[in-house]
Design a protein around this ligand. Structure first.
Ligand SMILES: NC(=O)c1ccc[n+]([C@@H]2O[C@H](COP(=O)([O-])OP(=O)(O)OC[C@H]3O[C@@H](n4cnc5c(N)ncnc54)[C@H](O)[C@@H]3O)[C@@H](O)[C@H]2O)c1
Ligand SMILES: O=P(O)(O)OC[C@@H](O)[C@@H](O)[C@H](O)[C@H](O)CO
Length: 520
């Protein structure tokens, strides 16, 4: 049914799809809808990993351009590979790629818009050839990724590509004509086809939370290509661009309550809306030989060197999320804002940022770091967003080595006093809080559902720590040789004992009483 202006939702929520949006119906409840013709969108980007974040971030920037009647030839074809992506397939296919994005400010202000920049969604196991055809299409000039840290299939400490994980090994062994299963398999087969057809390659744009995400993408995709077809690997190294980027917007997992609120507040029956904070940032390296949308015109900072921004964001925001996740969960909190609004915890986060993360950072052009850190605590405290600690506690074995271990390594590196060194006391306490969390029971005796690709390994290590206090650290893939460093292990053991005996809050109180210098 196509409803008339201002009628949307008055008789119950309207279904979200292109036909119903041809009328400006949804304006009736204060929702901005695509002001551009949806049938004029042309796919120019293929995106792997269409989850909450991509839809709150890159797809929104494109939608902003499209609202100005521009970049209609840069519409997105989303691709899902994982078994659970069938849910996104069903939601977006029924909605012609449309979804509602609700941005929530700390003061309770909400803005909602229907985003139209995703023109198509392909679930790769259903249509592998269609995915390859899209990727080989000369109109596609960017392949972007938000496939999580785990999607890069690498050792976070050494950067080495893990060629023997089952799915990747299967793609490497697959003969011609066998459909790929992984991002690597699809992207490399598409580049092979483009090269054979004389089509210029696309740019591979990682938007995941990894330091040097473009460099890493280049490393793992070319490592895969080298194993599959060394000549192709050489061609990719010479011809394919992999820009680095810093991406930022806190985007929690969508809940049924979010779906109900979108229906009740905006009159839209959306199977999978996205809810996020009102803050957004994207700093992007300008390395797009095949062209790109004019992102800088809608707020993206396009720069030559992204690294200082990346280090700032990953070591202050993401590593502090790790400081919050396990300490907060053990203490009984379940939401980020509850934890950040507790003065003791907020003081802990600020101390970690000031004493341990900041000494590892380079000056960041145009950024006042003190103001940035204060703003982070305010963002974490945004109670409207309802970001869960469970989301932040997941996949720890990808996150701690990616964000925190480099801070520790930097601060332990004795360069003869050339650069100021930070302490490692609070970083050690964060690692210890994870080790205590991995025991699988919180301080109220409730069991914890641990979500981690290395769950068996980390929980087994945590189970051994009553007999061997360093058991958790004895995993070189996660911690390198930290277990050999006496300065680090002294702080770690003291913090672990404290978490295990007096609990999270009392541990933070003791750290506070030490002036945040540690428990040794
Ligand atoms: N949520 C945020 O606040 C946020 C903010 C900044 C950056 N990010 C980045 O975006 C990533 C995704 O976050 P999200 O909130 O959208 O998560 P999500 O769970 O909503 O979506 C993740 C997507 O990645 C896909 N994926 C996971 N593993 C994969 C693999 N091995 N190969 C291919 N695809 C795979 C999933 O199928 C899914 O489509 C994060 O890991 C992070 O790097 C997230
Ligand atoms: O999404 P991840 O796994 O990279 O990290 C979890 C959070 O720290 C992260 O999603 C932040 O919310 C985000 O990076 C904010 O921009």
């Amino acid at each position: 049914m196509i409803m008339g202006q201002n009628e949307v939702g008055l008789d119950g929520p309207v279904r979200l799809n292109a036909a119903d949006l041809k009328s400006p119906a949804a304006h009736g409840r204060g929702v901005e809808t695509p002001g551009y013709a949806l049938d004029q969108r042309r796919v120019g980007i293929v995106h792997f990993g269409v989850g909450g974040f991509h839809r709150a971030h890159q797809a929104l920037y494109l939608d902003r351009l499209m609202q100005q009647g521009r970049a209609l030839d840069w519409a997105i074809c989303g691709v899902g590979l994982m078994p659970f992506d069938t849910a996104m397939r069903d939601a977006l296919t029924a909605q012609d790629g449309l979804y509602t994005l609700v941005e929530k400010a700390p003061d309770g202000t909400r803005t909602a818009r229907v985003v139209g920049s995703i023109a198509e969604y392909l679930y790769a196991p259903d249509y592998p050839e269609a995915v390859l055809a899209r990727l080989a299409d000369p109109a596609v000039r960017i392949v972007s990724l938000t496939v999580t840290e785990g999607g890069y299939n690498y050792n976070a400490r050494t950067g080495e590509f893990l060629a023997d994980t089952p799915e990747v090994a299967a793609d490497l062994a697959a003969g011609a004509g066998q459909p790929p299963r992984t991002t690597f398999g699809f992207v490399i087969e598409a580049l092979r086809r483009r090269r054979a057809a004389g089509t210029a390659p696309f740019t591979v744009m990682s938007c995941d939370n990894i330091q040097g995400n473009g460099h890493l993408a280049q490393k793992v995709f070319t490592a895969f290509a080298d194993l599959k077809d060394p000549e192709l690997g050489t061609w990719i190294r010479a011809n394919v661009a992999f820009p680095n980027s810093m991406v930022d917007r806190i985007t929690p997992v969508t809940t049924d309550a979010d779906r109900e609120a979108v229906a009740a507040d905006y009159g839209i029956a959306d199977a999978w809306p996205v809810v996020c904070e009102d803050f957004i940032q994207w700093v992007l390296e300008d390395a797009f030989p095949a062209g790109r949308p004019p992102f800088e015109e809608v707020g993206v900072q396009v720069v030559d060197d992204v690294e200082p921004y990346e280090l700032m964001k990953l070591r202050l925001l993401n590593a502090t999320h790790q400081a919050m996740a396990y300490t907060g969960y053990l203490a009984g909190y379940r939401y980020a804002h509850e934890t950040a609004r507790d003065p003791l915890f907020a003081e802990f986060f600020a101390a970690y940022m000031d004493r341990e993360a900041t000494p590892t950072l380079r000056p960041v052009p145009g950024i006042d770091l003190d103001a940035y850190k204060r703003q982070l605590i305010e963002r974490f405290s945004n109670e409207q967003v309802r970001d869960t600690l469970a989301r932040l506690c997941a996949e720890s074995s990808d996150r701690i080595p990616t964000w925190l271990v480099p801070v520790i390594a930097h601060n332990l590196d004795d360069d003869g006093g050339a650069a100021p060194r930070g302490s490692v006391a609070l970083s050690a306490a964060i690692v210890a809080s994870w080790a205590r969390y991995a025991e699988g029971v919180d301080e109220a005796g409730e069991s914890i559902e641990i979500v981690d690709r290395l769950k068996d390994r980390v929980t087994a290590a945590a189970a051994r720590q009553d007999e061997d206090e360093l058991a958790f650290l004895r995993d070189p893939e996660l911690f390198g040789d930290l277990v050999e460093n006496e300065e680090f292990t002294a702080h770690y053991v003291a913090a672990l004992r404290s978490f295990k005996t007096v609990g999270s809050r009392a541990t933070l109180e003791a750290l506070s009483a030490s002036g945040w210098s540690g428990l040794v």
